[in-house]
Design a protein around this ligand. Structure first.
Ligand SMILES: [Zn+2]
Length: 421
């Protein structure tokens, strides 16, 4: 494909154009839809998005892509994933079906620690190969930008190895297109306490704050720092120690908060002005007010509620009513959410959280881009942004959520280059 081309014959162009800030309230339903549209791409970026007649009047380039009257949207931005890991937990999947809970499996040394053992044992090349496979799954369903967390190493060597794998994935090309970073790395050493520190948790927290964080900052291997604040993970005080150290070293913050119990991290996210508070299934009204006041974006992860066979989805409607700029993500990981597909997450959000398809799409694109500090580059189809877009098999964006788990394959473009898998 030449650097300049136009996508023509677009039946429905969903631009997500709008105010230069995360979308809230009724704005989440305003998608900037243009019927009978075209997109002009120059040097991998959007040069113009408009009606076909408008774009044609500017002069069409020779190279054209025919969208065949289908729907075109921005690529999905998955703002919460654990895509770098070795092995899988299919055996625990079976145990949970038989009645064991996620917490019981974790307490018996399984769960996250199971994946920690496999990831520590994997070479960097093997870990890269497994992670690339996960990226390919995500790409096939239209994810063009993904945040990725460390946290299956919990020791210096493996945490750095995971972050180097993310850097290598980016060097290969964002989702293998060789055109700029699209995997956003997050340090999550505070994922759980590793067995060798079980009797001295404080030492582990101190090590993260005083040794690992400065080293990762010096190596520039992560942009964000995250902590899992929960009864079987880290207390609010422990998470504060990690996150405050991270902030002092220039990281922006994300927090796994209030997944199972209120009072586990959302207030801390507000206090530290984290970019995001993620999960929030158990968040209270007071918590939501604190998050809004501090401009913290909730990242909602219905995939983990679904895959853990729980029934308490986050209160997304209340959050929208309270003007919180919600984000939807997969939480793709080998335990609580082995779900890599953003369209499936849109279906869950509509069916179980009563989001409209438009709200879900906003949360999965432009709002997610804001939460990653990537809003100047991705998340909407506006002039100047990266040409990361999808030509769907559908003619109407609502079909993305409506045809649940459809084996649909969009044509995927990153920086104006079509991805072939
Ligand atoms: Zn997570």
């Amino acid at each position: 494909m030449s650097p300049s081309f136009a996508v023509v014959n677009i039946g429905q162009l969903v631009t997500l154009a709008g105010p230069a800030r995360p979308r809230v309230g009724a704005e989440m339903r305003e998608l900037g839809v243009i019927p009978d549209a075209a997109l002009l791409i120059e040097d991998g970026r959007i040069a113009a998005a408009g009606s076909y007649h408008e774009i044609k009047s500017k002069g069409l380039p020779h190279a054209l892509v025919d969208a065949e009257r289908r729907c075109v949207t921005p690529g999905f931005v998955d703002a919460h994933t654990h895509l770098v890991f070795a092995g899988n937990r299919a055996a625990e999947f079976e145990q949970r079906i038989a009645g064991a809970t996620y917490q019981e499996i974790a307490a018996a040394g399984g769960g996250i620690l199971n994946t920690v053992r496999a990831t520590r044992a994997a070479s960097e090349d093997d870990l890269l190969a497994e992670s690339r496979r996960h990226c390919d799954w995500m790409l096939r369903t239209g994810t063009t930008t993904a945040e990725a967390k460390s946290g299956y190493g919990l020791d210096r060597e493996t945490e750095l190895r995971m972050l180097r794998v993310m850097a290598r994935l980016n060097a290969e090309g964002p989702m293998r297109c060789a055109c700029g970073p699209r995997i956003v790395p997050t340090l999550l050493a505070a994922h759980t306490v590793p067995p060798e520190f079980a009797a001295r948790r404080a030492d582990y927290v101190r090590w993260i704050a005083q040794e690992l964080i400065p080293e990762v900052a010096a190596l520039k291997l992560a942009r964000f720092c995250d902590a899992f604040c929960d009864d079987h993970a880290f207390t609010v005080e422990e998470a504060r120690a990690v996150l405050a150290a991270a902030r002092a070293h220039g990281f922006e913050l994300r927090v796994h908060a209030e997944q199972f119990r209120a009072g586990t991290g959302a207030a801390l996210a507000a206090e530290l002005h984290a970019r995001t508070a993620d999960h929030l299934e158990a968040a209270t009204s007071a918590t939501l007010d604190a998050l809004r006041s501090a401009a913290v974006q909730p990242v909602l992860l219905p995939g983990s509620v679904f895959a853990l066979r729980r029934t308490q989805y986050p209160a997304a409607r209340t959050m929208i009513e309270r003007s919180l700029a919600i984000v939807l993500s997969t939480d793709f990981n080998p335990g609580s959410s082995p779900i890599s597909s953003m369209p499936f997450i849109l279906s869950l959000a509509c069916l179980h959280m009563a989001l409209t398809p438009a709200e879900a799409l906003t949360a999965a694109t432009v709002n997610a881009a804001w939460s990653l500090g990537m809003s100047n580059e991705v998340g909407s189809l506006e002039p100047g942004k990266q040409a990361d877009f999808l030509i769907h098999e559908f003619s109407d964006y609502r079909e993305l959520a409506y045809f649940v788990a459809a084996p649909a394959r969009p044509r995927v473009f990153i920086a104006g280059r079509e991805v072939t898998l």
